[in-house]
Design a protein around this ligand. Structure first.
Ligand code: SF4
Ligand code: SF4
Length: 387
């Protein structure tokens, strides 16, 4: 039996890739028809504010090495590939989302990204959210609330509109529904064997960031979850029963879905849980739709995201351990993008926490190039063999 027979490309893989391609084509028509488009990069971006402005938020996080040589004409080579790829797409005008965005919303998270935005600002209008470095100081929550308000005001000015509390509340309801749909899909992986491959799950979630219409995409997620659940109940088993259950944590997974996710699944594992900043730990957290101060409720929900740019960030490790239990994980693989200092340093704490719970852990440092694929294959295969 070949690897491909054992783990064929997931059924929706092409469909969601197709969706991404279609969005690329559609974006021009969308703009010509007067559509408002706001590019963003980070999970801390309060999307409800963008939605409430009647705009579509599209993720611009670079996930390909295609434009990295262009980026390295301006940026240092020893920088995270996500930052270089994002900048490369903007400077080479190869990403239609970047090109057609009315404004790009960035944030002061890691140093590389923060400084890259200054150069990006020479190419496109940008708005930078100042993210506090933690949440323990009393003023940090207020400062972030002020930042979310500033974004609202910037969009009101840009589009000459007024964003009301009702607009924000409606946006929070739509986004919460989408988050619940995502969590329903994640939940399918708790069964043994899981109801879908991790690559299918990851590429589906990735496609969400390219959808212009939150409600339309939520409908697709709900339909997919219902379909996979029914198929599972009818006895379909797309994942072999002996596949080792892997939780992938660390840097955003979008650029290494194939390199790490698919490798895990080629080597006898299955990704049951994605623990990056757009994974379950973030999607499970909802905005309090009924809060009196809806803008503050939105700000609070985003500040609570556990990313390694925060200090301290112990809740991330606690959350990972809870997911290890929930998904009956056999092993944890941490994916660290080259030169991502925050996740790389924090990996010591993650390793300690995971191994302390008696679960094997492995860190993979990589970028978007294909150069180390052979080495990753060998390491992942050896890791899974030991489980
Ligand atoms: S890993 Fe952290 S800094 Fe990077 S996109 Fe996610 S939340 Fe933002
Ligand atoms: S992966 Fe790390 S270095 Fe790269 S943009 Fe995110 S936080 Fe910054």
């Amino acid at each position: 039996m070949t690897d491909h027979d054992r783990y064929p490309l997931p059924r929706t893989f092409e469909e969601f890739n197709e969706q991404r391609r279609a969005s690329f084509v559609r974006v021009k028509d969308f703009k010509q028809a007067g559509g408002r488009l706001v590019g963003y990069l980070c999970s801390y971006t309060p999307l409800e504010v963008i939605d409430a402005a009647g705009a579509s938020g599209v993720a611009l996080c670079g996930t390909s090495d295609e434009v990295i040589p262009t980026a390295e004409l301006t940026l240092p080579a020893n920088l995270c590939p996500l930052i270089k790829s994002t900048f490369g797409f903007a400077s080479s005008e190869k990403c239609p989302f970047t090109y057609f965005s009315d404004i790009i919303v960035g944030e002061t998270t890691c140093d590389g990204k923060k400084k890259m935005y200054e150069l990006l600002g020479e190419l496109k209008p940008t708005h930078i959210l100042h993210l506090p470095q933690g949440r323990d100081r009393v003023w940090e929550r207020d400062a972030w609330y002020g930042e979310v308000r500033l974004l609202k005001e910037r969009l009101e000015e840009l589009y000459d509109i007024v964003i009301t509390d009702d607009d924000l509340r409606a946006a929070a309801r739509r986004r919460n529904r989408m988050r619940r749909a995502m969590c329903e899909l994640y939940d399918l992986q708790t069964s043994a064997p899981p109801a879908m491959s991790g690559v299918e799950l990851m590429s589906t979630m990735f496609a969400a960031t390219f959808s212009f219409d939150v409600e339309e995409f939520t409908g697709k997620l709900e339909a997919l979850a219902a379909k996979r659940r029914q198929e599972f109940e009818a006895g379909e088993r797309p994942v072999p029963a002996d596949a080792k259950r892997i939780l992938v944590t660390g840097c955003p997974i979008g650029g290494v879905i194939n390199k790490i996710g698919r490798t895990v699944e080629r080597m006898g594992g299955v990704v049951v849980c994605v623990d990056d900043c757009s994974g379950e730990r973030t999607q499970a957290s909802l905005v309090d739709e009924d809060a009196d101060d809806i803008l503050r409720a939105i700000a609070d929900r985003y500040l609570d995201i556990n990313c390694s740019v925060m200090t301290p960030n112990a809740a991330r490790m606690d959350n990972t351990l809870a997911m290890v239990e929930k998904y009956r994980v056999d092993g944890v693989i941490e994916s660290v993008l080259t030169a991502c200092h925050t996740f790389n340093v924090e990996s010591t704490l993650m390793e300690r926490a995971v191994e302390g719970a008696g679960i094997p852990y492995m860190k993979v440092e990589t970028d978007y190039s294909a150069g180390d694929q052979g080495q990753i294959d060998t390491r992942v295969a050896a890791f899974i063999e030991t489980l």
